[in-house]
Ligand binder design. Structure first.
Ligand SMILES: Cc1ncc(COP(=O)(O)O)c(C=O)c1O
Length: 500
């Protein structure tokens, strides 16, 4: 009887294992995929930065559930024809929208290796977790954090900021709040950030159950940095009427213009007041790698927690966000939860504590650390720092070009790698210019609003971006601006400015 069942199972397995029947066929196709992927990075300049997907292509993605098998070569063909040409475009040096890193071939290869290992970094005793721990150690060293600080990979800074809010909340209310809920004390908690902070901070307050009303958005100065005297006043008022200020979130690189709050003063103030001091360093924190830029971050070493992304200035392929908490035990207390099936043992695969799942909401987690580890080791932090400084030099070059061109207006100081400017025409024209340029495939800036004016925003976050890409952007703004506003197009050559 047992023999019959065993035979049946074996027969079924032959048809259900997902490994290929013919490994050599798979290998040939895999090599082609890898060659194509490398070519697509090496020849990125030959393509438009971005192109919209035609309706006919989108329609293919409305097909029914694929109940039958499709040949891998055909699926790959569909990827090559219908997906790859219509990606975001951030690999391209002309991409300057939002804050997107360009990735590297090294990061791509590491991601492939990570997929091969298929490691689950929620916990257990294996080397991939040691890689993540090593990166946490490197970050502690770079940011001057103590030995007891914890570090964990997450999707991105939105999640890292949310987790920081949760850690600060648990620290303020005590761990019992995790059991009883935030209760009356929680309803009195108030957090502070600037009006220039990223929207994910308000979203984090919402998700954390504290509500966006409990986030005080403080005015900024002319440099777009939080007005610390206004912050002090607001906190004093809130205390006076019975609120419990528990968190200040500083920006180390505001999303709109890259302004860096006075981190040292904020750290000292938060310490005086007994308030958790979190730094949103989504892209700006990695300026720590550049000796010229690092002084701008003075005080970050005093933060209670820092959120940052390796996928932006760090050029690690998406996604690779990171949260670091000075007091690792407080971090753990905000998330750790015992479970019989996750028991830690003295030996065997379940050995070792603590596990990454003790430091965040995720149990199953991929190996984001590997592509980051490859990137940091292969290029070295000095070279990454030099690349980051160069993107700032390119932003300065763009600023100079804008200031030299009477039809353009600079809208904000250039602090790091972001330039906000506009064509001298109304808001609508400026938004049209951005869409025209994106659709032209020449460059991809994004738009924002600054002091009520529509801005063309160029964030130079891609290591491939060069002077010619900046010149191409300026030429495109002038050309589309002239067309949209009905001005005559005046031929402009890039003036002989000192290019970085
Ligand atoms: C200052 C700042 N904070 C937070 C975020 C959100 O980061 P992510 O997109 O990785 O979630 C960004 C994104 O650009 C940002 O610039």
């Amino acid at each position: 009887m047992n023999e019959i069942i065993r035979g049946d199972v074996q027969n079924v397995q032959a048809g259900t294992s997902l490994d290929p029947q013919d490994w050599s066929e798979l290998r040939t196709l895999a090599h082609r995929m890898l060659d194509d992927a490398i070519d697509s990075i090496a020849k990125v300049r030959e393509r438009p930065v971005w192109q919209p997907a035609p309706d006919s292509i989108r329609a293919r993605f409305k097909a029914d559930v694929p109940r039958e098998a499709t040949d891998l070569g055909d699926v790959y063909g569909e990827f090559s024809d219908s997906i790859a040409p219509y990606a975001t475009g951030n690999v391209h040096p002309g991409f300057m929208g939002w804050v997107h890193g360009g990735g590297t071939a090294v990061g791509m290869l590491a991601e492939m290796l990570a997929a091969g290992l298929n490691a689950n970094l929620g916990g257990r005793d294996h080397m991939p977790i040691e890689v993540e721990r090593q990166i946490a150690g490197w970050m502690r060293e770079l940011f001057g954090f103590p030995q007891g600080a914890s570090g964990i990979f997450v999707t991105g800074t939105s999640t890292a900021n949310l987790m920081a809010v949760l850690v600060a909340r648990t620290s303020a209310l005590g761990t019992l709040a995790r059991q009883h809920g935030i209760g009356n004390d929680g309803a009195l908690l108030t957090a502070y950030t600037s009006k220039a902070a990223h929207g994910c901070i308000a979203k984090a307050m919402d998700i954390a159950g504290l509500g966006t009303d409990a986030l005080r958005q403080i005015d900024v100065d002319a440099e777009h940095r939080i007005d610390i005297s206004a912050l002090r006043r607001q906190i004093a008022i809130d205390r006076e009427i019975g609120f419990k200020p528990f968190l200040v979130v500083a920006s180390a690189g505001t999303v709109n213009i890259g302004a860096i709050d006075d981190l040292a003063e904020l750290a000292a103030f938060c310490r005086e007041e007994g308030i958790w001091f979190h730094v949103d360093g989504a892209f700006g924190a990695l300026a720590i790698l550049s000796p010229e830029l690092a002084p701008l971050l003075a005080g970050i070493e005093l933060a209670d927690s820092i959120a940052l992304d390796f996928h932006k200035w760090g050029q690690v392929p998406y996604d690779a966000g990171f949260l670091m908490v000075r007091d690792g035990e407080k971090h753990r207390q905000a998330f750790a939860q015992p479970a019989a099936y996750l028991r830690r043992e003295a030996r065997g695969l379940a050995a070792g504590s603590h596990w990454p799942c003790d430091f965040g909401p995720d149990l199953s987690r991929g190996f984001r650390a590997l592509k980051t580890w490859f990137t940091l080791k292969t290029f070295g932090t000095d070279r990454l720092g030099a690349m980051i400084a160069r993107t700032c030099a390119l932003a300065k070059y763009l600023e100079t070009r804008v200031l030299a061109e009477p039809r353009l207006e600079l809208l904000a100081p250039v602090n790091l790698n972001i330039v906000c400017f506009r064509y001298r025409a109304n808001d609508e024209v400026n938004r049209e210019i951005v869409a025209d340029i994106q659709e032209s495939g020449v460059a991809a800036p994004s738009s924002t609003t600054l002091d009520g004016k529509s801005a063309i925003r160029a964030a130079i976050a891609n290591h491939r971006t060069d002077v010619r890409d900046i010149d191409a952007l300026v030429a495109a703004v002038l050309e589309f601006g002239a067309r949209r506003s009905g001005d005559g197009l005046i031929e402009t050559e890039a003036p002989p400015l000192a290019a970085p």
